[in-house]
Design a protein around this ligand. Structure first.
Ligand code: GLN
Length: 306
């Protein structure tokens, strides 16, 4: 397959720019609401080491729920299948911060990529890790091969100041016995994860281990086994976009993960990772332009996992 990725993303960028203005930037905290809605970047990182990029691919943004993939990989690596006693692996069909299913499902979140699931995964991280806030940041830095990746304290503090629903989720799960550590420490680590700052190039590079059978190609570390990687990718496919996961599979046909900062990362196993950032969201909390750009990417290139 000989695809000119640079021309492809340039075409997509030009064709989709006109969609800017149709979505809404996340506005639950000032630090996200102030982002320039016209920002738009795309980056591709291939397994063979090439980077292709266009637009604002070097501007850092709040990765928000994309961090749930790093957290999941970190915890799955240590706990293995024991993790499934604490969190399920079914799509939720509900919003990312929904409480409804937890009541009838005894405090077991549907999957690790909704807030409830990530809060349980954070609880697991705290059980084996003395310094969870540093740990996840270093984990992301190593995956992206960029030691400058950092937290934005303004975002972290605003997440904390407005995080009533996340506090409700973690308290509710504690009432079912599915939370073992101090609630404030779990929330603090979770809010930090939302405030990790990365750009499109960093994010595309950081997902390459999922393209590469679980191996971080920058330092040869085996992050997940091949079988665990297959499972991580299956989870991204079925649960990576909250109640729009089916639509993403239908339109794009790749495993991926979104965040309310407007980033989406998707992967093609064995080939590449692609990140799109455009901060305006659709009604499901996913980047409106990002969804369309990725749909065009698989349509124009003809690559899909299906
Ligand atoms: N900070 C958001 C929250 O925890 C992250 C959610 C997201 O990106 N979908 O509610």
């Amino acid at each position: 397959m000989n695809i000119d990725y640079q021309s492809c993303i340039t075409e997509i960028y030009n064709e989709t720019r006109s969609l800017i203005g149709q979505g809404k930037v996340a506005n639950y905290i000032p630090a996200l609401a102030e982002v320039n809605p016209e920002c738009y970047g795309i980056a591709i990182a291939t397994l063979t080491g090439e980077i292709y990029k266009i637009g604002n691919a070097d501007i850092e943004f709040s990765i928000q729920s994309i961090s749930k993939v790093f957290l999941f990989a970190r915890v799955f690596k240590v706990l293995g299948d024991e993790l499934w006693t604490r969190v399920d692996r079914e799509p939720s069909g509900s919003a990312f911060n929904s409480l409804v299913q937890l009541e009838s499902e005894n405090g077991i979140p549907r999957n690790p990529f909704i807030n409830a699931g990530a809060l349980v995964a954070t609880d697991c991280l705290l059980s084996f890790c003395k310094n969870p806030i540093e740990d996840i940041l270093y984990f992301a830095r190593n995956l992206a091969d960029n030691q400058k990746i950092h937290y934005d304290s303004r975002i972290v503090n605003s997440e904390r100041a407005t995080g009533f629903r996340n506090a409700a989720l973690v308290n509710f799960m504690k009432s079912f016995g599915n939370i073992h550590n101090d609630i404030d420490s779990i929330l603090d680590a979770y809010f930090h994860q939302c405030g990790i700052m990365m750009n499109c190039v960093d994010l595309a590079k950081s997902f390459l281990f999922l393209v590469n059978g679980g191996i971080n190609s920058f330092n040869d570390e085996q992050i997940l086994t091949r079988s665990q990687t297959k499972r991580a990718n299956a989870l991204m496919q079925t649960c990576g976009f909250y109640d729009e996961s089916g639509e993403f599979a239908f339109c794009v046909g790749l495993p991926g993960k979104s965040g309310v900062g407007g980033g989406i990362v998707a992967i093609i196993p064995g080939l590449l990772a692609i990140c799109v950032w455009a901060p305006e969201l659709n009604s499901h909390g996913n980047s409106l332009v990002g969804m369309r750009a990725l749909e065009l990417f698989t349509t124009k290139t003809g690559i899909s996992i299906f």
